[in-house]
Write a protein that binds this ligand. Structure first.
Ligand code: PGA
Length: 243
């Protein structure tokens, strides 16, 4: 399976950053799928700047309904209209900042699929849950409850304690968790579950990407901080080819 390197810009980036970043993507290596997920305000400009490029565009959230009286929210159909093809859902920062639970995330994933978007559903344990030996149990439960039937999207395993901290799990821990996620997906969705790409996210940098991407069942990376610099993002993409 080709690897997917997805950049999550979170609440960073200005209109003025888009042209230069998109131009730098002309140097993107072939053989790996690239995706950039900027804030809503940059989507349309990114779509124009990436026209003709192999780099895909995604958003960071959507509302579960197609339209309605939901001040401040944006629907999956609206995202699709900008040129986005993917949407990150259930990121731990949204689970924490906006109280999103598995049921809401599942409804959002259904809305995304209905609008023709590929959902990237994030799962991952907190540091306390890992220390308590609960990591696999928590993640299995997130998989079970936040993915809709027939899920043909992407899953991102992001240990909460590894996000933005410079800390990453050991190779053994990533391997064990990705194997557990694969088993859960196969049990839940059969053959469809075997085709779901499982990304690793949390402090992926040019220096550690090659080792992480080479692990079994790691189908790519969800990259936060290091995706803001085109050179770092491209370096991570190149590591995917060596992985
Ligand atoms: P990070 O963020 O790469 O800055 O740790 C990853 C993420 O939250 O998606």
């Amino acid at each position: 399976m080709r690897q997917l390197i997805a950049g999550n810009w979170k609440m960073f980036g200005k209109l003025a950053d888009v042209t230069g970043f998109a131009a730098a993507m002309n140097a993107a290596p072939a053989g790996v799928d690239l995706l950039i997920c900027p804030p809503f305000t940059l989507l349309e400009r990114f779509a124009a700047a990436l026209k003709g490029s192999a780099v895909a565009l995604g958003a960071q959230d959507c509302h579960p309904t197609p339209q309605g009286a939901h001040t401040g929210d944006i629907s999956a159909a609206m995202l699709a209209e900008t040129g986005a093809t993917h949407v990150i859902l259930g990121h731990s920062e949204r689970r924490a900042d906006h109280g999103e639970n598995n049921a809401v995330i599942r409804a959002k994933a259904e809305a995304a699929i209905t609008a023709g978007l590929t959902p990237i559903v994030c799962v991952g344990e907190t540091g306390a849950e890992r220390e308590a030996g609960e990591a696999e149990h928590v993640v299995r439960s997130q998989i079970q409850h936040s993915l809709p039937p027939g899920f043909a999207g992407v899953v991102a395993y992001e240990p909460v304690w590894a996000i933005g901290t410079g800390r990453t799990p050991t190779a053994e821990d990533v391997t064990a968790m990705h194997a557990a996620i694969r088993a859960a997906l196969a049990a839940q969705f059969g053959a469809v579950g075997n085709a779901v790409r499982i990304l690793y996210g949390g402090s992926v940098k040019p220096g550690n990407a090659g080792a992480l991407l080479a692990l079994p069942e790691v189908g790519g990376a969800l990259v936060g901080g290091a995706s803001l610099q085109a050179e770092d993002f491209l370096a991570i993409a190149r590591s995917a080819l060596r992985g």
